[in-house]
Design a binder for this molecule. Structure first.
Ligand code: 5RP
Length: 293
């Protein structure tokens, strides 16, 4: 207990010094959020660049042991130091990522049907509720959505309920735009899907790069991070990341193009040079070649 006898007299009240600026929170669309939400978002986005490199390794939740992710315990911890955020499932974190890893985590909050099921776009349900996400110190919870597909209604309901629960707990929601087998990856589709997720409360949207991407990012009132998609040659993946950042993405949430690269650690760092340090695709590819083992 503080001892009132002998306490130093208070005298430095900073009279005349204006209070700290309360506005100007750097994450797009997040200026009016509560302190806990902003605190979590501020962990995810670099304070200088305003951008983020998220490593997605949640593929096993529908695909089983994907190439490059056969041993999560061997692959993910060494990459953690090269990215800003780790995105995975509860089971992967609890078994394969030591809690001493000082990185914000985005938890996949919904389950979906596996690749053996006839149509993944029917969607799934809640995999981790908000109390458990808070218990894992999640910086955000990711919800898969299926705009324009059979699972649209169910997945938007899951998104809305996650945003409600997350708002009460101070946990942001990452809305993920899924692209079905038969869905055109057009500017029109991504304009609709990204805006729809943001207007239904997502605080960050994960989507795909497309032609007309600068209009997609302009029309979306929250940050967009791009998925990498299927493995590309490293130079092409870096070129896609460069175009996405140049056209308004606030980062990447990349999986296969990092962990399936010939040198995943060098690739994660090269992506970081594009996302945070203004490297061109060519500069980043040179960096990758110089860095890889
Ligand atoms: C699927 C996801 C996955 O996490 C993500 O797309 C995987 O990353 P990548 O496509 O870069 O391998 O959210 O909707």
């Amino acid at each position: 207990m503080a001892d009132k006898d002998g306490a130093k007299a208070s005298k430095d009240f900073g009279v005349g010094v204006p209070p700290p600026e309360q506005g100007g929170f750097p994450v797009k669309g997040a200026g009016h959020l509560d302190w806990g939400m902003q605190h979590r978002l501020a962990r995810m986005f670099d304070p200088v660049s305003g951008n983020t490199v998220m490593l997605a390794f949640d593929h096993g939740y529908i695909m089983g042991p994907t190439s490059g992710l056969e041993r999560l315990d061997l692959v993910i911890p060494p990459l953690a130091g090269h990215v800003n955020v780790l995105m995975g499932t509860r089971g992967a974190f609890k078994t394969c990522v030591p809690p001493t890893v000082q990185k914000p985590i985005v938890l996949r909050g919904t389950y979906d049907t596996s690749v053996l099921f006839e149509d993944m776009s029917v969607g799934g349900g809640i995999a981790v509720d908000m109390a458990n996400a808070v218990a894992m110190d999640a910086s955000a919870v990711a919800v898969q959505t299926f705009v324009g597909a059979p699972g649209e209604k169910n997945s938007l309901e899951l998104l809305a309920r996650t945003v409600d629960a997350g708002t009460a707990a101070g946990v942001p929601t990452l809305g993920v735009v899924a692209v079905g087998k038969d869905m055109a990856r057009t500017e029109e589709f991504f304009l609709l899907a990204t805006r729809l997720l943001a207007e239904n409360g997502a605080h960050v949207v994960k989507s795909y790069y497309c032609d007309g991407f600068e209009r997609v990012t302009a029309a979306c009132p929250v940050p967009i991070v791009i998925a990498g998609g299927k493995k590309l040659p490293e130079a092409d993946a870096l070129a896609m990341a460069y175009r996405a950042i140049a056209e308004g993405a606030r980062g990447v949430d990349m999986g296969r193009n990092i962990f399936q690269a010939e040198d995943p650690a060098a690739m994660a760092q090269a992506v970081g040079q594009v996302v945070h340090h203004g490297f061109t695709a060519t500069e980043a590819f040179t960096f990758y070649q110089d860095t890889k083992a």
